[in-house]
Design a binder for this molecule. Structure first.
Ligand code: ZN
Length: 313
């Protein structure tokens, strides 16, 4: 078995205004990290386009229409203060959806052990009818629904370690009892949601707010005390990861002060759970991470764990 690495260079055509943190250079930095890695055992795949059928599992038609209608034919447009579309953004967003459904298909089909999708724009802030926080479609929630509805799974877990609350994933899966969504995030911080009392319609959501400057030690405690026991209770048949790397100590948008070793540790812990309950089946996707060097090093640390687990089980 091996790891699938899914991306598409058309994600470089999603161009944000000068000075915007979610920028083309992020993916370029990640590609440079890939170039420095031994990927000889990795299956590299160009992301296919996602479909409206995929997106409609979590967003209403009105959302697809609004995003499609907003897409500019020249220049760029601001959907809100943070979220922009250029001429290449709509295609990049559909590729982000397709990357995740393809990753789920490959992992559940037994073609690969696990998968990482290096895509932008990210997805975990997009709510049912509201693009926000640099995000247009809720890629990871779409992937979860695809695993449930197209593959017939009964339980899919999603763990989000981006430094920001995964409000979009929470919104899209609030009343979906077949999913368990666990988000750890700095609080207070954008977008402001993610308090511990937000638990979903059936206790299917767990929010773990962390204090600024709490560091990797608090992350590890939270995983040992809350995340891993909850996953062991839920017994997922597939584990999805919203892998944002903006909790890194060098990130300009937040202050959780994790480092590459913390991201590797969290990835190992999640792979251990996946080994126990779902034959090691893990699909991970890039969310945030805005210091280019920290993003490249953290993505590499995360991917190296997936590759090691993909190769050796
Ligand atoms: Zn983030």
């Amino acid at each position: 078995m091996t790891t699938a690495l899914i991306t598409h260079t058309d994600c470089l055509n999603h161009v944000t205004p000068p000075g915007h943190p979610e920028r083309v250079d992020r993916l370029m930095a990640i590609y440079s990290a890939f170039d420095a890695m031994d990927l000889s055992n990795v299956l590299r795949i160009d992301a296919p386009m996602g479909t409206d059928t995929d997106i409609l599992r979590v967003h209403p038609r009105a959302h697809i229409d609004a995003v499609t209608d907003a897409a500019p034919s020249v220049g760029s447009v601001a959907l809100d203060a943070d979220t922009h579309m250029s001429t290449g953004s709509l295609k990049a967003a559909y590729l982000g959806v397709g990357a995740m459904t393809k990753a789920v298909d490959m992992v559940l089909g037994g073609e690969v052990q696990n998968a990482f999708a290096a895509m932008r724009p990210p997805g975990h802030h997009a709510e049912k009818q509201t693009p926000m926080g640099f995000c247009l479609f809720g890629n990871i929630a779409i992937a979860a629904k695809h695993a449930l509805d197209a593959h017939g799974l009964e339980r899919v877990a999603i763990v989000d370690f981006d430094v920001h609350h995964g409000n979009g994933t929470q919104d899209l899966l609030w009343d979906e009892p077949r999913t368990l969504f666990i988000s750890s995030h700095q609080m207070p911080l954008y977008p402001g949601s993610g308090a511990a009392h937000e638990t979903g319609a059936s206790g299917n959501i767990i929010n773990i707010p962390l204090q600024a400057n709490s560091g990797g030690a608090e992350l590890r405690k939270a995983y040992e005390r809350v995340v891993i026991p909850a996953l062991n209770d839920f017994k997922p048949q597939l584990l999805l990861i919203s892998a944002g790397f903006d909790a890194h100590r060098n990130d300009p948008l937040a202050n959780l002060n994790w480092d590459e070793a913390d991201f590797a540790w969290a990835t190992q812990a999640l792979c251990d759970v996946a080994d126990t309950h779902c034959e090691g089946r893990v699909v991970s996707t890039l969310e945030g991470g805005y210091d280019l060097d920290a993003l490249a090093a953290s993505t590499r640390a995360h991917l190296e764990v997936l590759i090691k687990r993909g190769t050796h089980g």
